[in-house]
Structures are given as structure tokens and as C-alpha cells.
Design a protein around this ligand. Structure first.
Ligand code: NDP
Length: 381
């Protein structure tokens, strides 16, 4: 029986994780659940899965939840302190990092410090503080098991035990693949939220449309698998069937294929080193048709180039890239800036930053704050 602390249980990854738990109560139970402010859903989850602790990042939402759960004996906590308590709750064996954005970093660090293995979906954790997080995991002897489908694919390919020569990271290309910069000028949030293959939270869906998501994944892969930017190649693969590949020194390429169902990589991480049956549509190889691979357009989708720049530079630059992007995505979603402004402002924030190498955690949070303020201060056209 593995006990889970699910950080971000009300989101796309969180609810799919709970779906796996719901169908496999013999092997999994829940020690803690956390959310931002979705009180209604987390109340339902708490009543169904009976965790010890439930935390709401939002203090007002936590007060509301406390009243709603008064009859249950479940402890309700609030804010960052509460998240850290939930992440490090004694009874849990593993924490699932499924909070969106840099808000997920501190709870994951706390879970590592408490000796929990991590099933990591929150890529921003490794993008902003990859060196610190990976070092802490090594020191504590805990496993970081990737949930991101591409990184799960790479992880599975690397189970052969050989060192990778090159990582071939696939990208769907998002809803605007093939468009020119000019054609993207008037893109609305509604258009950008329509992903061709995956159903995900709003932030990661917009990141997929700008290709910032693939950029963040390049940095994430570098930390997870210990390879430099020169050993990571991005391939646009519109069918989203090959979830990523690894090339080895002898020229062999291993790939992991499957249907676009996040429950597979979640299940791989939760069950490692075993594999478990999950329900759902399996990939029918006869209906796959052709698999295509193309080079990404780094001019139109410059967020991807910016991520390679940040990875090459090291230090706090990736935290700036991440923070500026996160803030700009929020502004785009609330109609305060245009689609192309997201990458433009990220680039400006990166140019404006004085890189700190090697950074302490405080430098990373400082860089994140600086980037967000820079984006907020900017006069949007
Ligand atoms: P969602 O937006 O669907 O869910 C995010 C979760 O985090 C929710 O539980 C939300 O609570 C909570 N949350 C939001 N803000 C805060 C905050 N400030 N403090 C604490 N908790 C907060 O995101 P996804 O599930 O799509 O993505 C989660 C992470 O996984 C991201 O880093 C993403 O890049 C990564 N990922 C997602 C994939 C997917 O298929 N969705 C695929 C691969 C990676 P509330 O509901 O109350 O707002």
C-alpha cells in the first residue's frame, strides 16, 4: 500500500491521479490533498478519499473548507505553511507534485526534505531550481519520477540502463503549428486554449500554444537526465503518439508510444518499478497511419529558443524565463495582453536580468519576483 500526498489534487493531473487511486484502492491511499481555491471539488475529494490533511493555498477558501469538513475530523490547513505540512505529512510515502507554476516548488522541496519519493508533474520546479532540487533528492536518497508524458517516455527508454547520446523530445506543435507570426497577432485566449491532442489546465495549454511548454520541458529534461542543451533536440510530431525518444551511442533509438492519456505516465510514476493495468483506450497500431517529425519554427515560437538560451546560460535566467512567462500567461488569459506579447515580454525580462550563478533558493525567488514585476510594469500595446 502506497500512501500519497497529492499536491494540486483539483487540477487536471490531480484528478487523473485520484482516478488511478479510485480504481486501485488495494495499492494506493491518500494522506493529504491540496488545492488553490476550489473548495467544492476538494471537499468531495476529501469525503471520498479520507486524507489526514487537506490544505487550501487560499486562506479564505481554507476557512470555508474548515466549516464544510467540520464533521469529518480531517485537519484543514492554509497557505504555504499548510502546503508544506501536507507535502511532508508523516504517513505519506510519495508526494505527487501537480500544482501549477512556481507555487509548486516549496512543497516539493519540503516533501524531498521529509524523504518522500516524488511523482513530478510540476515542471516549473525543475525549471526554476533544478540543480537545488536534484541535489536535495540525491542527498535524501529519494526518487524523482517524471509524470510529464515526454519525460516519462524518456525515463522508460532509459530503463535499459545505457547512457543517452541524445534526447529526442517530441512536441505536438500546439494549435498554431504552421502559422506565421503575423497570423498570430490577434489570437484570443479561447483559440489558444484549444489544444489539438491533450486536455490540460489553462496555463500548460497556453504554454503549449506558444511552445514555452516545450522550452520548459527542455530544461526539465536537462535536470532529470543530466544532459546539456546540445544533447536535446525538439521534434514536432503532430500525432502525439511517440511521446519521446532516446538515441544511444550505437545509433539505436528507443521510443515510447501510446495514446494521449496522462493516466499512463502518472501510473508509471506511481507504480514504479512495477507496471499496473489502467482502463482506457489503448493505442491501435493499425489505425496509427504515418508518423511525422518536423523541425520547430523557432522564429514564430521564440519561447522555445528562449528556453534553450536560459538553459545554456544557467543561474537564475531560467527562473526569470519561467516567472515572466507565467505572469504574461495570466495577463493574456485575463485579456490584458496579446498572444505574441507573452514571448516578447519574456525575452525583454531575460535581457533585463543580471544572472546570478550559482543561485541560492532566495536568488531564484528573487529572480521570479523581479521577472513578474517587470512584466506587470510593462505598458502593453
Ligand atoms: P491545473 O491548472 O489543472 O491544476 C493546478 C492545481 O494546482 C490545482 O489543484 C490548483 O488548485 C492548484 N493551484 C493553483 N494555484 C495554486 C497556488 N498558488 N498554490 C497552490 N496550489 C495551486 O494544472 P495541470 O494539472 O494541468 O498542471 C499541473 C502541473 O503539471 C503543471 O506544472 C503542468 O505544467 C504539469 N503538467 C500537466 C499536464 C496535463 O496534462 N495537465 C501534462 C504534463 C505536465 P485550484 O483547482 O483550486 O485552482
Amino acid at each position: 500500500m502506497k500512501k500519497l500526498s497529492i499536491l494540486g489534487s483539483t487540477g487536471s493531473i490531480g484528478t487523473q491521479t485520484l482516478d488511478i487511486v479510485r480504481r486501485d484502492k488495494e495499492h494506493f491511499s491518500v494522506s493529504a490533498l491540496t488545492a488553490g481555491k476550489n473548495v467544492k471539488l476538494i471537499e468531495e475529494q476529501a469525503r471520498e478519499f479520507s486524507p489526514e490533511i487537506v490544505c487550501m493555498a487560499d486562506e479564505g477558501a481554507a476557512k470555508d473548507l474548515k466549516l464544510r469538513l467540520a464533521d469529518t475530523g480531517i485537519s484543514v490547513t492554509a497557505g504555504e505553511e499548510g502546503l508544506i505540512e501536507a507535502a511532508s505529512v508523516k504517513s505519506a510515502d510519495m508526494a505527487v507534485g501537480a500544482i501549477v507554476g512556481i507555487a509548486g516548488l516549496a512543497p516539493v522541496i519540503a516533501a524531498i526534505a521529509a524523504g518522500k519519493d516524488i511523482a513530478l508533474a510540476n515542471k516549473e520546479t525543475l525549471v526554476t531550481a533544478g540543480d537545488i532540487v536534484m541535489r536535495a533528492a540525491r542527498d535524501m536518497g529519494v526518487k524523482i519520477l517524471p509524470v510529464d508524458s515526454e519525460h516519462s517516455a524518456i525515463f522508460q527508454c532509459l530503463l535499459c540502463g545505457s547512457a543517452p547520446e541524445k534526447i529526442l523530445l517530441t512536441a505536438s506543435g500546439g494549435p498554431f503549428f504552421g502559422k506565421t507570426r503575423e497570423e498570430l497577432t490577434d489570437i484570443t485566449p479561447k483559440q489558444a486554449l484549444r489544444h489539438p491532442t491533450w486536455t490540460m489546465g489553462a496555463k500548460v495549454t497556453i504554454d503549449s500554444a506558444t511552445l514555452a511548454n516545450k522550452g520548459l520541458e527542455v530544461i526539465e529534461a536537462s535536470h532529470l537526465f543530466g544532459v546539456g542543451a546540445d544533447k536535446i533536440e525538439v521534434l514536432v510530431h503532430r500525432q502525439s503518439i511517440v511521446h519521446s525518444m532516446v538515441e544511444f551511442a550505437d545509433g539505436a533509438i528507443l521510443a515510447q508510444l501510446g495514446s494521449a492519456d496522462m493516466r499512463t505516465p502518472i501510473s508509471v510514476a506511481l507504480n514504479y518499478p512495477e507496471r499496473s493495468k489502467i482502463s482506457g483506450k489503448k493505442l491501435d497500431m493499425f489505425s496509427v497511419g504515418s508518423l511525422t517529425f518536423e523541425k520547430p519554427d523557432l522564429k514564430t515560437f521564440k519561447s522555445l529558443r528562449l528556453a534553450f538560451d536560459a538553459l545554456g546560460a544557467g543561474g537564475t535566467l531560467a527562473a526569470v524565463m519561467n516567472g515572466a512567462n507565467e505572469e504574461a500567461v495570466n495577463m493574456f488569459l485575463s485579456g490584458k495582453c496579446g498572444f505574441l506579447d507573452i514571448a516578447d515580454m519574456t525575452e525583454e525580462a531575460m535581457k533585463n536580468h543580471k544572472n546570478i550563478k550559482p543561485p541560492a533558493l532566495a536568488d531564484i525567488y528573487g529572480a521570479d519576483r523581479e521577472a513578474r514585476e517587470f512584466v506587470r510594469r510593462h505598458k502593453w500595446a
